[in-house]
Write a protein that binds this ligand. Structure first.
Ligand SMILES: NC(=O)C1=CN([C@@H]2O[C@H](COP(=O)(O)OP(=O)(O)OC[C@H]3O[C@@H](n4cnc5c(N)ncnc54)[C@H](OP(=O)(O)O)[C@@H]3O)[C@@H](O)[C@H]2O)C=CC1
Ligand SMILES: N[C@@H](CC=O)C(=O)O
Length: 439
């Protein structure tokens, strides 16, 4: 039997919690607030009482949430004005932004999982929260259940983060991993991901990289104490990744992952999202199914790896509830967490300046001298070759496949190289250009 070191008489008045949204994540949060009320009250020092739940459709039964039907409302505005703590799990930009600003204005601390909103309007929200002296917490917005943002904000506050590189979208990792293991085409695996509920009916935000781009903006802002907004992040999704790319990568010990890469150099900061080849032996190379993993490199701590579930009702609820307990504790002790409105304004580097290795695959005429011609173009553009391999000659068409892995080169130099290669008579087609990291 558990003996708590507190008595009911020690407890202060309940803290009023307004829940905005009762969908996948919201209903899991509500269920825990209901089922674990006693434990959570002990951890906070006061009960957390749901005073209302804003949804679009109040007629829909939601027994899974454990919320009394009388608490559902469509009047989210009045709800946030009466709350001590507001948990926003509606998603989207509006009305989430206005409701959070209104909650802050009325002195409530707020918790959100809304990466789309933070990537677009984070600074406005942080400034409002700092000015009002309340918490704005968002651990669930990047990599779901994984405690990642708090370590970046607090544990590493005295260190200097140089690089954050990770798999922050579970749907695309599921798709790429399945393609890698089965050799299937992207379209077939995407259909399966939708059937399994990983990808939305409209999977655009996942497969086009937009979800990862918003997360990269949040990570870069936090890691480098600067402002990076979603449009500042270079973004390529996975729709162009072919079964042939994956097969060719596999042959040379590499695997394709959609990575968010945030870097700080002496010149400034960069953030990018794109399909990336990583060695299978790299910690990110072995991340399977819909899991997330983020690799952080700092000056003092060195390399750190964060791994776990990046989405789903209960994993995401874990991060939301952690923020809620923390904000509730601050509420009781009269303080608030570290503010985020005081940023450096570091220069944002364009993608053309980013440096990485590349994998380039070409169909070339299978005749003497073609390798030399190709190597010559790379040499002229200052792109150094790490390995060059001619694949098996294909039957009948007189073409051979040529696969090149370069040393690190700038995006601009690689783009010029590819343009030049396309102009060679003996190059039939450039069939693939993928960035390589972690070699
Ligand atoms: N699902 C996941 O695994 C993860 C989600 N997130 C983030 O968490 C947030 C919530 O996601 P999720 O639970 O999946 O979303 P859902 O679509 O499942 O739920 C959204 C909820 O918000 C309500 N809602 C939406 N718009 C309004 C509105 N204008 N007024 C009132 N209520 C509204 C909906 O009401 P109704 O039910 O009546 O339609 C629904 O209850 C998003 O920001 C998402 O990006 C973050 C990490 C992982
Ligand atoms: N669609 C996202 C959900 C969590 O943010 C993903 O697949 O990771």
């Amino acid at each position: 039997m558990i003996c708590w070191l507190w008595k009911a008489s020690d407890m202060t008045e309940p803290l009023k919690v307004a829940l905005l949204g009762c969908g996948v994540v919201g209903s899991a949060v509500a269920r825990r607030l209901h089922d674990d009320a006693r434990d959570l009250a002990a951890r906070v020092g006061a009960p957390l009482q749901i005073t209302g739940v804003a949804v679009r459709d109040i007629t829909r039964p939601r027994p899974e949430s454990g919320v009394d039907a009388s608490l559902f409302t469509t009047d989210a505005e009045s709800l946030v004005e009466r709350a001590d703590l507001v948990v926003e799990l509606m998603g989207g930009i509006e009305p989430a932004r206005s409701l959070l600003l209104r909650a802050i204005e009325h002195g409530a601390s707020v918790v959100t999982a809304n990466k789309a909103l933070l990537g677009e309007d984070g600074p406005q929200l942080f400034e409002a929260a700092d000015a009002r002296g309340v918490d704005l917490s968002y651990e669930a917005a990047v990599a779901g259940a994984i405690p990642l943002l708090r370590p970046l904000r607090e544990s590493l506050a005295g260190d200097s983060v140089r690089r954050v590189m990770g798999i922050v979208n579970g749907t695309t990792n599921f798709i790429l991993d399945k393609m890698d293991r089965t050799g299937a085409a992207l379209d077939d695996v995407l259909a399966e991901a939708q059937q399994l509920g990983y990808a939305e009916a409209d999977p655009t935000a996942d497969v086009e990289g937009y979800d990862a781009r918003a997360k990269a903006a949040i990570l870069a802002s936090l890691a480098f104490h600067t402002r990076v907004a979603t449009p500042d992040v270079y973004c390529e999704g996975i729709m162009g990744v072919t079964a042939e790319d994956i097969r060719a990568a596999r042959k040379i010990g590499l695997v394709v992952k959609l990575l968010a890469i945030c870097e700080r150099t002496d010149e400034g900061v960069s953030a990018r999202v794109h399909p990336t080849l990583v060695p299978r032996s790299h910690p990110l190379g072995s991340v399977r199914e819909a899991f997330n993993a983020v690799f952080v490199e700092t000056e003092l701590a060195g390399q750190l790896m964060f791994y776990g579930k990046g989405a789903g009702a209960e994993p995401t609820a874990s991060a939301v509830l952690g923020d809620l307990v923390q904000a509730a504790r601050h509420r009781l002790d009269g303080g608030h967490g570290p503010g985020e409105s005081a940023y450096a304004d570091l220069p944002l580097l364009p993608i053309a300046q980013s440096q990485t290795s590349y994998f380039v695959r070409l169909d070339v005429l299978d005749r003497p001298g073609v390798l030399a011609q190709v190597a010559n173009v790379l040499g002229e553009q200052g792109v150094s070759i790490e390995s060059m391999r001619q694949g098996v000659r294909r039957s009948g068409d007189g073409l051979a496949m040529l696969e090149i892995v370069t040393h690190r080169a700038s995006d601009a130099a690689l783009a010029r190289t590819v343009d030049q290669l396309r102009m060679l008579d003996d190059v039939h087609a450039v069939t693939s250009v993928l960035r390589v990291e972690g070699m």
